[in-house]
Write a protein that binds this ligand. Structure first.
Ligand SMILES: [Zn+2]
Length: 425
C-alpha cells in the first residue's frame, strides 16, 4: 500500500500499447533504455504462458482486503468471479487466471495512524477478510501456510492465498499478538509502514530506534522462530541493515524497487540489495508510478504537497479536500510509466544482486494509475515476456515468477525448525 490509494484509476488508463511518455513535471532522465512499448512477439508470449503453467507465479503484495474494508468489509460488495473493472478494481478471478497467478500475498494493511487496541482489532478484521474470501470461493482460493502448500494449491488450479501484515504497529508491541497472527496465517510482517515505531524506523520518517530497539530485535527473533518472513519494505536504511544482520533467516522486500533508478527513500539502495542477496533473500519489485521513474517521484512530491496544503486548509474533511485534489490532478496530469520502467528496475536488481534476489510485488489495489502495459493482475505474463525479450533465460524467468520466493520461504521454514526450543522431558 502506498500512502493512499488515489481515486479514479481508470480515468487515466489507456488500452494503447504504443505510447511515448511526454507528460511530466521534471525533465530528469531515468537512464531507462526506453519507455516505448512494442507489441510482444506472439510466439514468445505463448512460450511464457506455457512456462508459467509449470511454476507458481507468486506476487508479494495485493491490497484487496483494504478495498473490502473501504466497503465496510461487506463480502457481498465485491464479486470476484466477475470482471471488477466497473468497481475500479484491478483484481478478480478472470484476470488472475489470465495473469497465471499461482500464489498471492494478500496484504492485511492497516493505516499507521491506527495504534493500540484499535490497530489490533483492525488487523484481526483484515485477516478475517482473507479467511472470508477463501471460505467464500473455495474452488478458487485456498489459504497457504507453507511453500509446499503454495505448490500444491497452484497444482490444483487455485490461487494459493497467503497473508502479509503491513506494519509492525499491527502487533501493538506484543509478541503474543505476533504469535497469534502467525497462528491465523500471517506469513510475513513488514516491520513498519510509513511511520517510525519505537522499535523500528520507517523510510522517510524521523528515526526513533536508529535501527532496531532491543524489542525490535526480539520481534525479529520471534519471527525467525515462528517461520514468518521478515519484510523490510518501507523501513529506513538503518533499520533494513540491522534487520538483515539480526535475522537468522533471509529477509524479503515484499514490494520495493531500486533506488539507483528512482531515488525515493522507500526504494532499496544498491548496498542493501547486495546485503539482502548475500543472505539469500529477495526483493519483489513494486509497480507504483511514484517509485519507478524520476518524473513519477517529482510528481508524487508535488501531489503530496498539494494534499498537505488542502489538509491544512480543511483538516481531514475528505468531502472538501478530495474534489479540490481531483481538480488539481486534472490540471497536473500524472506522468505514466510503462511496463518497461518496471523491467528496468528488475534489470538493475539482477545486475547488482543477481537473479536469485528478484521477484514481483506489484502492490495492486494499493495505488492508482498503474503503469501502461501492467494495468491489472492479468499483466504479469507481459512483464515476464519483456524480460525474456531482454535475454532472461527460462530458468531465470521461473525464478523471478515464483521459485525465488519458494526458496526463501523454505529457508525461513528450515530456520524456524532449527530454532524450535528443545522440549523438556
Ligand atoms: Zn506498502
Amino acid at each position: 500500500m502506498t500512502r493512499k490509494r488515489r481515486a479514479g484509476i481508470f480515468s487515466a488508463l489507456t488500452t494503447s500499447i504504443t505510447l511515448v511518455l511526454s507528460i511530466g513535471l521534471s525533465s530528469v532522465s531515468t537512464g531507462a533504455e526506453t519507455t516505448t512499448l512494442v507489441k510482444p512477439d506472439p510466439s514468445r508470449s505463448a512460450h511464457i504462458k506455457e512456462l508459467l503453467s509449470g511454476v507458481s507465479l507468486i506476487d508479494g503484495h495485493n491490497d484487496l482486503p483494504w478495498q473490502y474494508r473501504k466497503l465496510g468489509n461487506d463480502m457481498n460488495a465485491i464479486n470476484l468471479t466477475r470482471d471488477a473493472r466497473k468497481i475500479n478494481l484491478v483484481t478478480d478471478f478472470p484476470r488472475l487466471k489470465d495473469g497465471c497467478v499461482g500464489g498471492q500475498f494478500w496484504s492485511v494493511y492497516i493505516p499507521p495512524a491506527m495504534l493500540g487496541s484499535v490497530a489490533v482489532r483492525a488487523v484481526l478484521e483484515q485477516i478475517d477478510v482473507v479467511h472470508q474470501m477463501v471460505a467464500r470461493y473455495p474452488d478458487r482460493l485456498e489459504l497457504a501456510l507453507t511453500a509446499d502448500d503454495i505448490e500444491r494449491i497452484h497444482r490444483s488450479g487455485k490461487v494459493a492465498s497467503l497473508i502479509g501484515m503491513e506494519g509492525g504497529h499491527s502487533i501493538d508491541n506484543s509478541l503474543a499478538m505476533l504469535r497469534m497472527t502467525y497462528a491465523l496465517g500471517a506469513r510475513y510482517m513488514t516491520l513498519t509502514h510509513t511511520k517510525s515505531l519505537d522499535w523500528a524506523d520507517a523510510a522517510g520518517d524521523e528515526p526513533k530506534a536508529h535501527g532496531l530497539s532491543r524489542f525490535g530485535e526480539s520481534v525479529i527473533h520471534e519471527m525467525n522462530q515462528l517461520g514468518m518472513l521478515v519484510d523490510v519494505s518501507h523501513v529506513s536504511d538503518e533499520t533494513m541493515a540491522t534487520a538483515i544482520q539480526s535475522s537468522k533467516a533471509p529477509v524479503i522486500c515484499s514490494h520495493s524497487s531500486a533506488r539507483a533508478i528512482c531515488d525515493v527513500p522507500r526504494n532499496v539502495p544498491d548496498e542493501m540489495l547486495k546485503a539482502i542477496a548475500a543472505r539469500g533473500g529477495m526483493v519483489m519489485v513494486n509497480f507504483v508510478p511514484g517509485f519507478l521513474t524520476e518524473k513519477g517521484r517529482v510528481y508524487g512530491i508535488a501531489e503530496q504537497a498539494e494534499e498537505d496544503r488542502l489538509g491544512k486548509l480543511f483538516g481531514k474533511d475528505e468531502k472538501k479536500t478530495q474534489p479540490l485534489l481531483d481538480e488539481w490532478k486534472k490540471s497536473h496530469p500524472a506522468p505514466q510509466p510503462t511496463l518497461n520502467d518496471v523491467a528496468n528496475h528488475m534489470d538493475h536488481i539482477r545486475n547488482v544482486a543477481g537473479v536469485n534476489c528478484l521477484g514481483i510485488g506489484a502492490d495492486y489495489e494499493g495505488f492508482g494509475h498503474p503503469p501502461i502495459g501492467l494495468e491489472d493482475v492479468s499483466c504479469y505474463p507481459a512483464l515476464l515476456t519483456e524480460l525474456s525479450r531482454r535475454g532472461y533465460s527460462d530458468e531465470e524467468i521461473k525464478k523471478v515468477a515464483g521459485l525465488n520466493l519458494l526458496r526463501v520461504l523454505r529457508s525461513v521454514e528450515k530456520v524456524a525448525k532449527e530454532l524450535k526450543p528443545v522440549r523438556a522431558h
